[in-house]
Ligand binder design. Structure first.
Ligand code: GAL
Length: 669
């Protein structure tokens, strides 16, 4: 497998390069990513190319026996470019131009920027496309990150209008679908349609959603421009990837991924001023998103955090063991290669406090030793392990368009898309259920349960697919705010949950947004929730059960006759509706019952202990990952004789895992 570092030779004196490479050699890495921010070095003046610095670095890296991933440098357009073509700069929603001085200061909709990008990418491709050490390319760096996903300038507006014309053909059709009769917004010409810059009130939600779709499409096209350019000049053996982030950007990673050989991801469980890492489930969700982006294909972690991160703020210092734990977690969930960010902390520039394997003084210490331990620990089994299958019993539906619709109208100050998604993902993760994050186009029949959380913006095709899946015996879990909107981001005229009402066997006549400090109470009255009471927040759908059985009602003097959680039989299958932001305890109880009924395998483990299964023809693998920073735990193992894949130690029945411990066990089938 590939394991390596992100290296910035341009930031260090040449005299240091060999020391670095020697230290890398002793560390045991085999790949180095470079050059993704080196535009002004490779093209110091327009049209003048100078590859000497990277030529020299690449030759040396090659001599040390490492393979190389080259980044195209378009995330950092140089000063000469901005001086000459200021129209390349993005514009924020207040109409302010985002200036030169950081990175990602371009709009993908600028024709000039596209031409200039194509040229540098072409020159790099011509220059390095046959180099034996170069195994592949990372195009650009983290599309859309740092709020660069949406730009509101004139070029963007023109491109948006063209995009709309292509989509709707006739401006009257757009008027009807967006409902522009509201507030006298009827358009008579494409040129009147604005990008959603600041207004007194809020924009039309249909315009906002189409704007997000347009921004996403623009990035897909921009990525394609780079990929197609590279493909003309580089060897077939060289792969092309991009390092994604998944944080609600106006971006469709799955669409972009169609043009890539595989996707990459930057894994920062803790960043900047964060006081603590995000939860194990939140990290796992990101890996599952990565695996789902190219239909289950493995991915690279192109940046795996190796030290405390921050620009002007520094947060949590990863504890000894975190580095290995997060590496093993990523690999358990589909990462095929790990590249640590960064080799050494920079002494200058914005990222002075992005610590690396080495810190500013360049001396190998604790983190270096820890990376070495990780590499050594993987040596004997990693290739087979990463080639093994990850199979899933449960699917979690995620669609960026639904996420954008929520961003446009969160409806409660307590609503956060990821938090609410996790409300439905986390209990399954805690039970060590194997899950995939899927889109609407996927085959549902291979899953025992499909969880469709906060399905606000619906798609008729997917609704029909869900009905068929349940008719044939599948189990679906829906949540509050299901079925509210159609694809135009217009509210349905059907009684809620709209197109899904008969499937759920319920109607929702009234609902309530629970804002800060507001909550309600529910009580379980039948089935798995009997006798339980819980506090709920964020949202209450006051549900009228039609054919559905009521599992919980509101414990509230006004709405006690309304259902909070229901279960319906439809065809051969079962549909649950969770009408409110249920507490984790009740969610756990519900999931235990659902997974037992549907025969989804699950494994109990202490809180913060994550177990992931993989298998291949010969072996079952079990990763045991203890995210607990305070204490070790005993973990019950599935039957059979298990062997620690690194040490060869044998276990059966149970394993004591220390705090922040991570281990992969193997069992011959
Ligand atoms: C990533 C980015 C890197 C570096 C890193 C800092 O988002 O790709 O270039 O900025 O964060 O932690």
């Amino acid at each position: 497998m590939y394991i390596g570092v992100d290296y910035y030779p341009e930031q260090w004196p040449r005299e240091r390069w060999e020391t670095d490479l020697q230290l890398m050699k002793e560390l045991g890495i085999n790949v180095v990513r470079i050059a993704e921010f080196g535009w002004s070095i490779m093209e110091p003046e327009e049209g003048e190319f100078d590859f000497r610095l990277y030529d020299e670095a690449i030759e040396l890296i090659h001599q040390y026996g490492f393979d190389i991933v080259l980044g195209t440098p378009t995330a950092t357009p140089p000063a000469w470019l901005i001086e000459k073509y200021p129209e390349v700069l993005p514009v924020d929603d207040h109409g302010h131009v985002i200036g030169f001085g950081a990175r990602r200061h371009y709009t993908v909709n600028s024709d000039v920027f596209q031409v200039l990008s194509k040229r540098i990418v072409k020159e790099m491709g011509k220059h390095y496309g046959n180099h034996p050490a170069v195994i592949g390319w990372q195009v650009d760096n983290e599309y859309g990150h740092e709020k660069s996903d949406r730009s509101y300038g004139e070029v963007d507006e023109k491109a948006f209008q063209n995009w709309l014309e292509k989509k709707y053909g006739d401006v009257q059709a757009l008027n009807e679908r967006w409902g522009t009769v509201f507030w006298s917004q009827t358009y008579t010409n494409w040129s009147q349609i604005p990008v959603p810059r600041k207004v007194y009130q809020e924009h039309n939600p249909s315009l906002l959603l189409d704007f997000d779709r347009f921004c996403a499409d623009s990035y897909t096209k921009y990525n394609r421009l780079q990929v197609e350019t590279l493909r003309q000049y580089v060897d077939e053996r060289q792969f092309i990837t991009h390092n994604f982030v998944y944080s609600g950007l106006a971006q469709d990673q799955k669409e972009i991924a169609k043009d890539l050989d595989f996707i990459s991801f930057d894994n920062y469980p803790v960043w900047g001023g964060l006081a603590d890492p995000i939860s194990p489930a939140a990290i796992a969700r990101q890996h599952d998103l990565c695996r789902g982006t190219k239909n289950g294909k493995g991915f690279w972690v192109m940046e795996e955090l190796s030290g405390a991160q921050g620009w002007s703020q520094i947060g949590y210092l990863p504890r000894p063991g975190h580095l290995k734990l997060w590496t093993y977690q990523a690999m358990s969930r589909g990462a095929e290669a790990i590249v640590y960010f960064r080799w050494r902390a920079a002494r200058f520039g914005t990222e002075q406090f992005c610590h690396g394997i080495l810190d500013h003084d360049g001396k190998p210490r604790r983190k270096y030793d820890e990376v070495k331990e990780v590499i050594d620990s993987l040596r004997g089994f990693a290739d087979d392990w990463i080639a093994s299958d990850y199979s899933a019993d449960v699917a979690f539906y995620h669609d960026p368009e639904n996420e954008w619709a929520w961003q446009i109208q969160p409806q409660s100050d307590q609503f956060d898309y990821v938090k609410e998604f996790l409300r439905f993902y986390e209990p399954a993760h805690a039970m060590n259920v194997q899950g995939n994050i899927i889109r609407a186009d996927e085959d549902l029949s291979k899953y025992k349960v499909v969880v469709v959380p906060i399905y606000f913006l619906t798609k008729t095709g997917f609704n029909d697919k869900l009905k068929k899946y349940v008719e044939d015996g599948g189990t679906v879990i829906f949540s509050y705010r299901t079925g509210v909107k159609d694809e135009d981001n217009v509210v349905t005229d059907k009684t809620l949950p709209g197109e899904l009402a008969d499937l759920c066997g319920i109607e929702v006549h009234e609902y309530e947004s629970l804002r800060e400090n507001k909550s309600s109470q529910v009580k379980g009255i039948s089935g798995p929730l009997s006798g339980m009471e819980a506090t709920v927040n964020v949202w209450c759908d006051y549900v009228e059960a039609d054919t559905a059985e009521v599992l919980a009602t509101y414990n509230d003097s006004w709405f006690q006759d309304k259902a909070a959680v229901t279960r319906n039989t439809y065809g051969k299958g079962t549909v649950y509706y969770v009408g409110c932001g249920l507490s984790p305890e009740m969610m756990n109880q519900l999931y235990t019952s659902v997974f037992t009924d549907t025969e989804v395998p699950f494994m109990e483990s202490a809180e913060n202990v994550e177990i992931v299964k993989r298998n291949c023809g010969e072996y079952d693998y079990l990763s045991v990952l203890n995210h607990d920073v305070e204490k070790g735990h005993d973990v019950s193992l599935p039957s059979g004789d298990w062997t620690d894949a690194t040490t060869g130690d044998k276990y059966s029945k149970s394993l004591a895992i220390p705090r922040l411990g991570s281990v992969v066990l193997m069992k011959k089938k």
